[in-house]
Structure formats: structure tokens, C-alpha cells
Write a protein that binds this ligand. Structure first.
Ligand code: HEM
Length: 332
């Protein structure tokens, strides 16, 4: 046994810690149900606290995924727990498409229990190693270039959602203008293909990097990438298959905000609040993490890189909160 391996085992996190993200993920639907009970009873502060705890499940996944001495399966399980908020939306939509009468929380618990059984069988402990598998560099470059192109759509899309703070009418006006470009017959299929490529290439890279321990920053980059891959695939399924094809409804402000009940008061829709808020924060944070790697590689002064990182993360959180506040009814 190598020294590195021995040290890693000595620093292994306790059994409780390694399973914490899974426990939190199993509890995720129940936290949302409790939120709804509290809201109905008019207990605002308790409801907000429950929503904050539910939204912190990904953070717990990231913290555990970056711990030393974690067996491979459990490290990947911790990464998987980061996607809980968006996966729960995906599951709900797929259940609706299948016409399933099984409750979402039941299916959720069964699927995660199976994932836990699989994870517990993969026991190798692999520590940090930054070596690239041959050929992986090309995937990284392609992932980065396609991200630059997709940025144009994402930034417009988020700007469009920010206009919700003024009101649905302006949101619709900006979306109508944008649709003349991104819904053009020769652009929309390319956009969808590029997003699918982004998700698949991102998952491939994450599979490689998640095998070993990474520092917290790198873990953030990998984990937000995994979240976004599931978010984008689930989001496009909701827009193209569920709304436009299955329900035959327009994908407008009312669709996004769960009208007429809204996002907060409907027991199904509440899951969209952490899903969207983290989706916006993570897409901006993921881009910043990529930019940080590029700037460091080009020798930009560490102080400047750190300033950009913290400033950027703060601004990303503000944008995410502003968008969700507009969707919840706040008007400027
Ligand atoms: C608060 C967050 C978000 C909300 C409420 C939201 C909502 C929507 C809505 C309503 C549409 C339909 C647009 C239309 O019919 O023209 C849409 C489309 C789409 N969104 Fe989002 N979105 C959000 C965040 C994101 C993020 C972060 C991404 C990418 C990482 C993304 C990617 C897409 C894509 C690829 C489409 C399909 C574009 C098309 O219609 O051709 N969305 N979204």
C-alpha cells in the first residue's frame, strides 16, 4: 500500500459523513412537502427555512465529494446528490408523461436506494491526480468552444427572465423578439444539438474528473457541470416534449411561473424554485469557474483572479435571486 493511499485511508471521513448527502437527497421531497404544509398554515419563517435547507442539499454533496479518502462509488454518489433539485423536476415530468400513478417521493426513494447499493460496491480510494487521459484534452477544448457559442443564448435567456421583474408584458415582448432568432428553423435544431453536445461532453469529462479527489473549487466546477447537464436535458424535455408536444401549450411566462397557482402555493410547482434558482446560479458559476482556469493558465495575477471570482459569484447569486423573485411576483 502506498503512503498516499495509507494517508488517505487515515483521513477517511466517518460513515455518517459519507452517507449524509444521500440522506439529505432522500429527504428532499419531504422537505418540500413540509414547506407546503407550513405555507398553508401561514407559517412563513418556518417555510422559508425549509426551502433554504432543501436548496442546500447540493452544497452538502459538493462538500463531501471533495473530502479525501472517499471510495470511488461514494464520491460519485456525493456528486450525484448535487443534482437532486433538478432531477426531482425531471422525475416529475417523466412521471406525468408516462401517466404514472406512483407518488414521486416513492419512486425517488426507490431509485436513490438502488443508486446507493451500486455506489457501495465501488470501493477503490483514488486521490488527486491531474493527469489527463489521452484524448480528453480535445473534449475539453470542444466543450469550451461550444460553451462560448451557447453563452450567447444563455445570457439572452437570463436577461429575458430578468425582465420579469418589470412584468410579464415586457418578458413576453423580449421573448418574442428573441424567438425570431433562436426559433428560426435553421437555428433551433442547431441550438438543441449544441446543448445536447454540451451536456454529453460535460458528463464525459465529469466522469473522468470525479473518479479522484479534487479541491473544493474544482469540485464546484465538476458538480455544477453535472447539475447543468441534467438541468438542460430535463429543461428541454419539459419545453419541447412535455409542454409543446404533449400538453400543446405555449412555453411562455405562464408556463415558466406555474400560473395560475404560481410556484409557491402549488405542491408540485414548489420544486421549480430550487431547480430554477440553482440552475441560474450554477450556469453563471460554472462559466466563471471555466474563466478562472483559463485566466490562471495565462498567468493573470492571483489577486485579480480571486477578485473576479468572488465578485462574479456574488453577482451570479444576485441575478439568480432577482430572476426567481420576479417569477414569484416581485415587481420593480
Ligand atoms: C429561471 C430560469 C429559467 C427559466 C424560468 C426558463 C424558462 C424557459 C422557457 C419558458 C423556455 C421556452 C422559451 C420559448 O418558448 O421561446 C425555455 C427554453 C429554453 N431554455 Fe430556459 N429557463 C431558465 C433557465 C435556463 C438555463 C439556465 C438554461 C441553460 C443552461 C436554459 C436553457 C434553455 C433552452 C436550451 C431552451 C430551448 C430554447 C428554444 O425554445 O429553442 N434555460 N426556458
Amino acid at each position: 500500500m502506498t503512503n498516499l493511499h495509507t494517508q488517505a485511508l487515515e483521513r477517511s471521513p466517518s460513515k455518517v459523513v459519507v452517507w449524509l448527502p444521500l440522506l439529505a437527497t432522500l429527504g428532499y421531497p419531504f422537505l418540500l412537502m413540509l414547506f407546503h404544509t407550513q405555507i398553508n398554515q401561514g407559517n412563513g419563517p418556518a417555510a422559508v427555512l425549509l426551502l433554504l435547507v432543501a436548496s442546500a442539499v447540493p452544497l452538502l454533496g459538493m462538500l463531501v465529494a471533495s473530502r479525501p479518502g472517499l471510495p470511488l462509488g461514494l464520491r460519485r454518489l456525493a456528486y450525484a446528490c448535487v443534482v437532486a433539485p433538478t432531477l426531482y423536476v425531471f422525475l416529475g415530468v417523466v412521471q406525468a408523461l408516462l401517466g404514472s400513478s406512483l407518488p414521486d417521493p416513492l419512486v425517488w426513494c426507490v431509485l436513490w436506494s438502488l443508486a446507493a447499493l451500486l455506489a457501495a460496491r465501488r470501493g477503490r480510494v483514488l486521490e488527486t491526480e491531474r493527469q489527463l487521459r489521452p484524448g480528453l484534452g480535445r473534449w475539453r477544448v470542444a466543450h469550451g468552444i461550444s460553451a462560448l457559442v451557447l453563452c450567447l443564448y444563455v445570457l439572452f435567456h437570463l436577461g429575458n427572465h430578468l425582465t420579469g421583474l418589470v412584468g410579464p408584458a415586457l418578458h413576453a415582448e423580449v421573448m418574442d423578439a428573441g424567438r425570431t432568432v433562436y426559433r428560426a428553423w435553421f437555428i433551433e435544431p442547431l441550438l438543441v444539438l449544441a446543448f445536447v453536445f454540451q451536456a454529453v461532453s460535460g458528463l464525459y469529462l465529469a466522469w473522468h474528473w470525479s473518479a479522484k479527489r479534487q479541491d473544493l473549487l474544482r469540485t464546484f466546477q465538476i458538480a455544477t457541470g453535472v447539475y447543468l447537464a441534467v438541468f438542460v436535458l430535463g429543461h428541454m424535455n419539459s419545453v419541447f416534449i412535455y409542454a409543446r408536444t404533449y400538453l400543446g401549450i405555449p412555453t411562455d411566462w405562464n408556463f415558466a411561473t406555474g400560473a395560475p397557482t404560481g410556484l409557491l402555493l402549488d405542491p408540485w410547482n414548489i420544486r421549480l424554485v430550487p431547480h430554477y434558482t440553482l440552475g441560474v446560479f450554477f450556469v453563471l458559476g460554472h462559466l466563471l469557474a471555466g474563466l478562472r482556469v483559463v485566466l490562471e493558465a495565462h498567468g493573470v495575477a492571483p489577486g485579480r483572479v480571486r477578485g473576479l471570482w468572488y465578485g462574479g459569484m456574488f453577482a451570479s447569486a444576485l441575478v439568480a435571486l432577482a430572476i426567481i423573485a420576479g417569477m414569484l411576483g416581485l415587481r420593480l
